[in-house]
Write a protein of this length. Sequence first.
Length: 861
Amino acid sequence: MSSPFAEIHFALPLSRGYTYRVPESFDAITQVGCRVLVPLGKRVATGFIVQRTNKIDFAPEKLRDILDVLDEMPLFDSSRMELAQWIADYYLCSLGEVLRTMLPPGLEKASHQYVRLARAPSAEEIAQLENRAPRQAEIIRALIGKEGYKVGYLAKHLHYESVRSSLQQLMTAGFVEVSQLMQEANASAQKRFFVLITKTGQEFLKTADGRMATGDGKSGAAKRSSKMKSDQPSPKTDGRSLTTKQLEGLKLLGKWGEMLRAVFLKRSGLGRSSLESLMKRELVQLVERVIERNPYFFPSETQPALAAKTEIPAVILNAEQANAVERVTAAMTKERFEVFLLHGITASGKTQVYIETIRHALAQDKDALMLVPEISLTPQAVARFQANFGNLIAVLHSHMSAGERYDAWRRVHRGEARVVIGARSAVFAPVKNLGLVVVDEEHEASYKQDSPSPRYHARDVAIVRAKKSAAVVLLGSATPSTESYSNAQRDKYTLLELPNRIDNVPLPSVRILDMMTWRKTAPDHEGIFSRILCEKIGEKLAKQEQIILLQNRRGFAPLIRCVQCGFVRYCDACNIPMTYHKRGNLLRCHYCNAYERAPDACPQCQSLDVIFKGIGTQKVEIALNELFPQARVVRMDLDTTRGKLAHDRILREFGEHKYDILLGTQMIAKGLDFHKVTLVGVVSADTGLLRPDFRAGERTFQLLTQVAGRAGRRNLPGEVIVQTHSPDEVCMVCAREHDFKKFYAHEILEREALRFPPFARLALVLFRHRDNERIRGIAQDFVALLKKVGGPFRVFGPTPSPLERIQNEFRWQVLIKSDLAKDPSAHQTRATLSRVAQFFHKANRNSRVRMTVDVDPISML
Ligand code: ADP
Ligand code: ZN
Ligand code: ZN
């Protein structure tokens, strides 16, 4: 027998492992990496077995038993378990939270307390209760005529904080009963009934066929059957013969061998009773089987056709592509961890490089992960990979149902799927022999998980995972992140370049319009469109070409920007636009907490029109309809893409030219290739540029480059028009010149001067509470404590978050900047922060204060 106890971890914040006893009967199946059901406080919860152990550090009589082991096979092998531990340490969260995140959603079983009436009280009893204990009476009335409620729901329903003590009394009085019920996990294997033809059935068909074939004496069976008349009973029957429909059904089944029952009934037109009589005669049988839910399933019959359609001839790589593939493959062959950064301009053939390197991985019997931003995971993108790798692909997409994701995940777990394509969380896919991780658009902010914890960055996790598995990482982008490109410059990563577009399709011409002057020409009421952009739109509409218009969402926080002269107030120390806070009429830098009184008039030109929030897509749509009533406009933003497939549908219909103009937020920058788009307009590049974030310039450059890449194709040259109040910003100039390197050279100097990543590491601690003064005080205490403990870092704040208040909660934040010289990987900083955070959490346990720590934050809001 192995160790008698097991250390179990739960997906709860800041929770450590707890030790449970392993009942003898569970000894063999209590394996590390499986889930268990255990009592936790008053409930039953799912936990993860992290290790078996001999030790307990508490009184043995407090030891409780594992109630059940939920998995036959471990969900985590030792390498993914190690990865989980690394993530928990690095991102300062509990191991259980990480383990939960690494699994497909919906696997958690949980128990809930249900309450229902034990007996119907008389009217008199209710009246009595009403006087004595009105809350209890209210509960009884809520339960009358109902099956029962979850206790938590009942409390909410009746608007009470808690109903427990009332329930206790009602229980003692015998009015209600409370029971624990397990809520089934909503992702579990799905079973379906299949109809199979039996041996007898096959025999029967042969004879029946013989008979149908008018008995020309070909076989013995045919001869025998030819003697049978159609109404004669067959050997194994109950004396009645088959109807024509039943015979046809049996033939259908003879052809397929087995069919889903539902499909069989539909195709054969038989009813259930007919099926039952076939079963009674033992011609068919019914079995229940686990099925795969795979929306991307590729029936093998259609595979060649689809493959032919997508990849017409085998692609011959150009010299740069071939070099990239060779370098990556060579590292893979040597099983040497290495990170490659593939810098290739838009449409330079990066995806083809991914495909070929994955092909090499498979040839070396290795598995591959292909990460793409959620928004690029379109059916077309998936089809391109499927055309190459067929059913070796598993897709993990958040738009799939929990069941579909669970099934895809299990195909990977069983080793049937060996190329996993998916967004952020696909980095955790349970492949066995990892050889390659591709991260497309590695600069994308969506690789960072915002919430819940763990707030991990999938690109960085990919690198750590690959390192642990001696695998290779291929990061790709047309506009690499400053962090990654600097790693390539310092030879931490190997740089590979695709400097030309496939077939040398020219890059579009980009024109930057200074709205300070062009605004005056605007033909719409709001001053949204310049005359130039309008003329261009009209021109393209007349030629029946298509147009993409980009308008990022409104600013998150108001800023001071003068409408007349363009003046913007930046923080002197951080070079970040200061945000305007109505409370106290202040301007604040939420990096260093500098603040000052907001000016009433522009300090430069005395104009009074100084508060800026940006324009939303809806306003742009209204102006557009006004200016071009005949144009077919489709808008794509968070509001119009709520539905499961709305996003894909809009892009497809635009591709089919059902619309002339696609207007949207940055989500339109990626996706399909549109052959008829010859004009891309950026309505206002300023909303993004003025975000109070040190990456605002970088983001704007990336977005402009990406969206410009959507204009023009082989035979139709593309044009891009960018409207802005800051035409001289480096990101604008470099986007116009398609010059990433120039942009990087400038950006890296600024990052160095201001000590932002990669020259420092950041952590952002956010405090939330309904009471503003209270939470501010708590955040101040936190800062004081952190400063007192001290270490190789600087602490800024607390300052109100740019989004000062969300859903009635006030938000204060603290920024921690590690000193890279003294603490190169910020190890010490994180250790100190972790200790202080743990301490703080305990001290404030009962205060409903919420504190979250974001290591390497991407969003500073
Ligand atoms: P990116 O990922 O850089 O945008 P893709 O790999 O999608 O570029 O390539 C752009 C287009 O060029 C695609 O239609 C692709 O099929 C095609 N393509 C890529 N490489 C080659 C090649 N070596 N020869 C011909 N066509 C190619
Ligand atoms: Zn001004
Ligand atoms: Zn500042």
